[in-house]
Every structure is written in C-alpha cells, then in structure tokens.
Design a protein around this ligand. Structure first.
Ligand code: F6P
Length: 523
C-alpha cells in the first residue's frame, strides 16, 4: 500500500464513495482495480441481491426462529410491508403515534407522578439491544435535547449500577422504562423488581401505575408486573434486539430529541436503505465495507476489526456495534446446519479516538496481529478558533494513525532518524530494530460532516447492512443468538447453589469454588 499510495496520486479519487453527509474513504486498503470487482463477483455468486431483497420483503430469513427480520420496516413504514400476510406498517405507525403522544405528555408536563409532579428523570432499564443502542444514541445526540430531562441507564445486575442511578434521581419525578422484548431477561427483571420495591417504599403501592412503562413483545408479562395497559408499548418478534433502536426501544431517544428529530434519525437510516437497495455493489457503501472486511478475514486471516470513533459523543458507540456485529455473525454453522470451516464474524473492539492511541494502538502498529481499522471521524461547523483547534487536532490525529498503519517505518528510516538525533552509531543500529513499524495495514475512514440525528441514523444503518452482507456471504443466520441461551439455562441452578451450597446439583469443582468463597466471605 505504501508504494501504491506514493505512486498512484488518484487513489482517493478512485476509492471513495459519498452518500449525503457521509464520505467513505477506502483508499487505504490492500486493493487495486481488480479487487473490488472480483469481490463483487463473489457477492453475486452468493446471491447477495436476492438475499437483501428477502430482508426488506419480510421473508423469514431468521430460519432457526422462523421469523422475518424487519428492522428496515421500522424506518420505511410510509408504505405497506407484509409479513405473514399482515401489513406491519399499520402497527408501526400506530405505535409511533402512541409513543409520540406519551412523549408529548412528558414534555408538556401533563403526565404527573403519584404525587402530582411532572417527570424530570428518565430511567431506562434494559440490557443488550435494549440498552446499548438507546444509550449510545442518547449520548451521541445530547446536543439535540429539546428539554431538561435527565437520562439514566440501568443494565447490569451489579447493584452499583442501580444504586448509582437511584441516588441521583428523585422518585416523585422519575419514570422507569422497562425495555425488554422478552420481559424475561433476568438482569432487566431483577432491576425492575428492585426499583419497583424502592419506588413502592418511597411512594406507596400506586407508584407502579404512574412511574413505570414497558416496551416489550410480551404484553401479558408486562400486565402481570403491574404496568398499566396504556403504558405498554409493543415491539414485535420480527425486530431483533440489536436492531431495535428504531422501534419503541428507541423511546428514550424520542424523549430526548422529540418527534421531528427522531424522524430525522429514521430518515438517515432510510437514505442508507435506499442506497443499499439501489446502488451497484461496487458503489454500495455497506457492500464495499463488508467486502473489504471479508477480504481480510477470509483471505488474510484477520480475526479482529478495530472501530475507532474520533468523537467523544460516540464514546458508547463501539459497544453497540460490537453487539450488532458479534451477536449477529459470531456463528459457526451454515444456513443448512453444516459446521463452517472458514472465519466468520470478527472480534470487534476499539472505542474513542485519541484515547486509544495511548492505550492499544501500539499493538495495531507493531503487533503481530493483522487488524483492519475503521476510523469514524466527525466534523462540525465550529467557528470558535480556540475550539476549532481541537477539531483539527482530532482529525489530524486519526489521519496520523491511518498513515502510520499504511506507511510504517523501515529499519533504514529508523536508523537514520536515530543518527539525526546524534545517537551513537552502534546504539542506533541496535535500537532501530525496535522502532521498525511494518505498515501495510489497512484502514477505512467514515467521515460525517456533523453528528446530526439523520447522520447518526445513516452510520448505524451502514453497519447494520455491512453485518447483513457478511452474514449473507458467509451463508449463516445473522439473526438468532442461541449461543447466549445456554448461560441463561444454567443460571438458575448456579443461583440456587449460591443459596444452598450443600444441596446443589452443580459440578464438584464449581461447588468447591462456591464453598471457598462462602467461607472467605465469613472471615
Ligand atoms: O443477549 C441476548 C439478548 O436476547 C439480546 O439479543 C437482547 O438484545 C438482550 O438479550 C435483551 O433481550 P430483551 O430485550 O428480551 O430483554
């Protein structure tokens, strides 16, 4: 890449795509004019076009759960979309209206709690897709807040998370959103039950009806919990948890930014959907992003993919992408049920730019691993000279990392640089070995002119479709997650063993561990 970057001055021109406010620069990849066409030929041979239309058409492509996968319908409900003979756009629009009306009551302070006070604190109780997307988007779009509501997230069952939130809020002015498609996830239900008890202690038995709402596919379980019927908002079986931020699960975002901007958020995803459906594969951003990553995973033996967002507002974004990618494509069985012998979903890691440079980038530059990187860059129309300097430094930092990954540093360059610093020759000869950077490491840049609701919607949809394309080409089901089920099955027995170490039915080694920690906790 270093040589081609130096010789070919037109790589950026040739290897970048633009969609609305998004620039996708893939010039820093191990590709030439043949590579993308060949990978697109592979995509055609794997029937990608047919498969992506099945996605949008509501075919039951989630074969192990016999479900359609229609998160795309959530942002394209302007026209009928049928699955199982039912037009889901009707339910989507009806629910969106209900949510908007409820949000308006909160915003206009006409929804009053048990002590007739309006709501100030919003507590989202959820985990996985019922937490990561909502939290990442609320964090990212905080500058678009239309009110002074404060937002809190309780996800893990560690009491510290719950108590941190409980100690920050005022029970009389708090609304708890139990976000759970299944309404059985033990972390979420445990947190919800504890917060219900705390609220009943604080405000009396009636606390539930005015301070708890539910977003779920299981209305009966929500009613049994004590949620008032008018406070239950549906999510449907054909919306995967990790793809649900566009649905009622995104209610916290609707509360933060309001109806107009939430529609803008949906419109960003819609723009990407239309691009994904219409652009030829070699000019299709999710497809090219997916093909490049697949190229490295299956032809260069890459195991991981770093995603580094040079944006403080996107500091919770990578854990969200981790779930979308790893819970979708962390599979090893084909659609036909055969064991797969090739790499599938990458290990997604990364986080906030600049910080990473002083943490794990060392391994990216000089480690033995071959790890492609996606840099996400966010610009803004910052006018204040003092602050514009920060933005320039942020973008220049990302470019410095991308350049170093690509260019590296030869032994000769290291040696001469040491001599320039007047290092004695014999020492320079030694030390230079340690300063060599292999280079030739690929990276993509996804640049957004500004972090608006529309642009955030675009960015998320691009990664959703990138994951879809890879799953389709690997011939796997990206939409179930049986791998996490066994842990859930084992939990009750282990929980019981924690309480009754003597009578437990668990293996002797785990039992010995429990006995040890039980004894330890007594001293
Ligand atoms: O991790 C398994 C999983 O089912 C995720 O797919 C989902 O987002 C999360 O748990 C929460 O599930 P629920 O919304 O049903 O509580």
């Amino acid at each position: 890449m270093r040589d081609s970057f130096e010789k070919d001055k037109a790589r950026f021109e040739r290897y970048h795509l633009v969609l609305d406010d998004l620039l996708f620069d893939y010039s820093r990849n191990r590709i030439n004019e043949e590579t993308i066409p060949l990978l697109c030929q592979f995509a055609n041979e794997m029937g990608l076009d047919r498969k992506l239309r099945q996605l949008f058409n509501g075919d039951k492509i989630n074969i192990s759960e016999n479900r359609a996968v229609l998160h795309t319908a959530l942002r394209n409900a302007q026209a009928p979309i049928f699955t199982d003979g039912k037009d889901v756009s009707v339910d989507i629009n009806e629910t969106q209206k209900k949510l908007t009306n409820f949000a308006n009551q909160i915003h206009r302070k006409t929804w009053l709690g048990a002590t007739s006070k309006p709501i100030k604190h919003i507590v989202n109780i959820g985990i996985g897709g019922s937490h990561l997307g909502p939290r990442a988007c609320v964090q990212a779009l905080k500058d678009y807040a239309i009110n002074d509501l404060s937002f809190h997230f309780v996800s893990t069952v560690d009491k510290t998370n719950l108590l941190d939130v409980w100690n920050k809020i005022d029970p009389e002015t708090s609304l708890f959103i139990i976000s759970s498609k299944s309404f059985t996830t033990i972390e979420t239900m445990t947190n919800a039950e504890t917060l219900r008890s705390l609220m009943q202690e604080a405000l009396g038995e009636s606390a539930c009806s005015k301070h708890f709402i539910a977003i779920t596919a299981s209305v009966s379980k929500a009613l049994a919990f004590g949620i008032a019927p008018e406070c239950i908002f549906p999510i449907w079986e054909w919306v995967g948890g990790r793809y649900s931020v566009w649905s009622s699960i995104g209610f916290v975002l609707l509360l933060l930014i309001g109806e107009e901007q939430f529609e803008a958020f949906l419109s960003g995803a819609r723009i990407v959907d239309q691009h994904f459906l219409s652009a030829p594969f070699h000019r299709n951003i999710p497809v090219v992003l997916a093909l490049l990553s697949l190229w490295y995973l299956n032809f260069f033996g890459a195991q991981a993919q770093a995603i580094i967002a040079y944006s403080h507002l996107l500091r919770h974004f990578v854990p969200y992408l981790q779930q979308i990618d790893m819970e979708s494509n962390g599979k090893s069985v084909s659609m036909e049920g055969e064991t797969i012998s090739y790499n599938t979903g990458p290990i997604i890691f990364g986080g906030e730019g600049c910080n990473g440079q002083h943490a794990y980038h060392q391994l990216l530059h000089q480690g033995r691993h071959f790890i492609p990187v996606d840099f996400i860059l966010i610009d803004s129309s910052e006018e204040r000279v003092l602050l514009k300097r920060h933005e320039n430094l942020l973008i220049a930092s990302a470019l410095s990392q991308a350049t170093s990954l690509l260019k590296g540093k030869t032994y000769e360059e290291s040696y001469l640089a040491l001599l320039d610093k007047k290092i004695e020759q014999s020492i320079a000869k030694q030390v230079a070995h340690h300063q060599v950077i292999p280079g030739n490491k690929p990276s993509n840049i996804l640049y957004l002119k500004q972090l608006t609701p529309k642009n955030l919607g675009m960015l998320i949809a691009i990664y959703e479709h990138k994951v879809f394309v890879q799953g389709a080409l690997w011939n796997i089901n990206s939409f179930d997650q049986w791998g996490v089920e066994q842990g859930k099955q084992l939990l009750p027995t282990l929980l019981d063993a924690m309480m009754n170490v003597e009578t437990s039915a668990i293996d002797p080694n785990t039992l010995a561990f429990l006995k040890y920690i039980r004894e330890k906790s007594k001293t």
